[in-house]
Write a protein that binds this ligand. Structure first.
Ligand code: GLN
Length: 487
């Protein structure tokens, strides 16, 4: 029989509601599992064990008294360490915020708690979300559960690795240019970046606010959809959110097949990726075709320019967003001698890691007088053009299919000193962020050496249901929830 920590959230939550087990028992098992495993993976920056246990008792009491409980009754959720949880340190994996404790909950956290979900701890990441490997963390790198010497992907590496290593069933990440999908692909879990404006960013510490969204990571589609339903929705505290009906469902396969989805295959991007990634992606194309989906080769010509556009816009916004950490109100509070202007600010700004400093410099440069038109304005124009290309493609196709990452997971340290090589890895994920549209990474298979390969699906704005439908098909074909790393 499976141990409790191996079960999907939906199964456990039913057991808790039917009083087959108590929430306290389950949370204790999860805490034990984290204690046993996480010293190898390093996915948690801090934990919330005491309060999680006490919340689990409250839920048990409610159930005993016959009161209603929410969709996530007794389920532990890990939260990326750039999403505010009242009373818990929110470090963004930075020395700058190593002591910062937010006085309020992010809207997504309040929504999870309103459904009786339990915040179990804060998860490791690249500093301020800037990175693709989760190595740029002031708390050490996250290790890939499939091979501890390899990167877990980033920046939400802790969110993906903790779920993949069966420490927790659900987590939240944030995705500015792939940070949910990249680690999901590298760790063999499911991660979705929702449509821009469908999930509140209130309480998320901004890296690049026009690109990023919070989203869920899980091992089964059903669990993913449950958490997505909980966190989606308009929020008066984030005026970029839109009122819509966000009730997604996990439909029956037969019903999905009747929808006869037309899927555009981004063949040139598949060709550009590492051999095993390309082979695996083609296998997915065949599987879906065999199931009756209409598959057609297509391309997105401007994808060549996406990286340049992304890195100009992302760093420009980062330089502006991170200027608030100035030794006056937020972040590290130093008190240099004499309060001389420059030393006062540089005392605290020196707490940023090198990658963050590099991006602030880049961003300030592209926004500076004389260069604004040359870089920033051009990048925004390109962004609009890429959006238009997607509009044209989505007139023809329901969904686009491509790899999540062009490469397999690689060794820790292999690319840390090569920023451009690292940036190039984001080439397939940034497209959806630039266009503000939803994209999901689904486990696609394992390489010969046993490394996970993810497949990515992209839909038009608010087309999450289509992504979920095709994800259900793939889950049904492969049964990938049974692919579990041995740690
Ligand atoms: N790797 C990308 C970057 O460093 C994306 C990061 C993210 O999505 N937060 O900007």
């Amino acid at each position: 029989m499976k141990s409790l920590h191996e079960l999907p959230a939906c199964v456990v939550s039913r057991k808790i509601k039917e009083q087959e087990i108590t929430a306290e028992e389950y949370i204790s098992t999860i805490i034990e599992r984290i204690r046993q495993v996480d010293h190898k993976i390093n996915s948690f920056i801090s934990n919330n064990f005491e309060s999680a246990l006490s919340k689990s008792r409250t839920i048990d009491k409610k159930i005993k008294e016959g009161l209603n409980t929410g969709l996530l009754a007794g389920i532990p959720v890990g939260i990326k360490d750039n999403i505010s949880v009242q009373g818990l340190k929110n470090t963004c994996a930075s020395r700058m915020l190593s002591e910062y404790i937010p006085p309020y909950n992010a809207t997504v956290v309040s929504k999870i708690e309103a459904q009786d979900g339990i915040v179990i701890g804060k998860l490791n990441m690249d500093e301020f979300g800037m990175g693709t490997t989760s190595e740029y963390s002031a708390f050490g790198p996250v290790r890939n559960p499939w091979n501890l010497g390899y990167v877990a992907g980033g920046s939400s590496g802790g969110s993906a690795a903790s779920v993949a290593s069966l420490q927790i069933p659900l987590s939240l990440g944030s995705d500015t240019g792939g940070s949910i999908r990249c680690p999901s692909s590298f760790c063999s879990v499911i991660g979705i970046k929702p449509t821009y404006g469908s999930v509140s960013r209130n309480g998320l510490i901004s890296y690049s606010n026009s690109l990023e969204q919070i989203g869920p990571i899980a091992r089964t589609i059903y669990d993913l959809v449950t958490l997505l339903n909980v966190i989606s929705g308009v929020d008066p505290k984030d005026n970029t959110t839109l009122p819509k009906n966000y009730e997604y469902k996990t439909d029956h396969v037969d019903h999905i097949l009747k929808k006869k989805y037309k899927i555009g295959v981004l063949n040139d991007l598949i060709d550009d990726s590492e051999t095993e990634v390309a082979e695996n992606t083609r296998k997915k194309v065949k599987q879906l075709k065999d199931r009756g989906c209409e598959m057609e080769d297509t391309r997105i010509p401007l994808s060549n320019y996406a990286l340049a556009s992304y890195y100009v816009i992302a760093t420009a916004e980062a330089s502006s967003n991170l200027s608030r950490f100035d030794n006056l109100r937020y972040g590290y509070q130093g008190s240099p001698e004499g309060y001389e202007w420059n030393s006062y600010f540089s005392e605290s700004r020196s707490k940023f890691g090198d990658e963050v400093k590099l991006r602030i410099l880049l961003g300030s440069y592209v926004l500076s007088a004389g260069y604004f038109g040359k870089y920033y304005a051009k990048a925004q124009k390109l962004r609009s053009m890429i959006k238009r290309e997607f509009d044209i493609l989505f007139n023809k196709y329901d969904i686009l299919l491509l790899p999540t990452m062009p490469v397999l997971p690689f060794r820790l340290g292999e690319k840390t000193l090569q920023p451009i090589e690292n940036y190039n890895l984001d080439v397939y994920t940034i497209l959806a962020n630039l266009a503000g549209i939803p994209a999901i990474s689904i486990p696609g298979g394992l390489s010969k050496e046993g490394f996970p390969i993810g497949v990515q699906l992209i839909a038009n704005a608010f087309g999450e249901q289509k992504l979920i439908d095709v994800a259900v098909l793939l889950e049904n074909i492969e049964g990938f929830e049974t692919w579990i790393p041995k740690i």
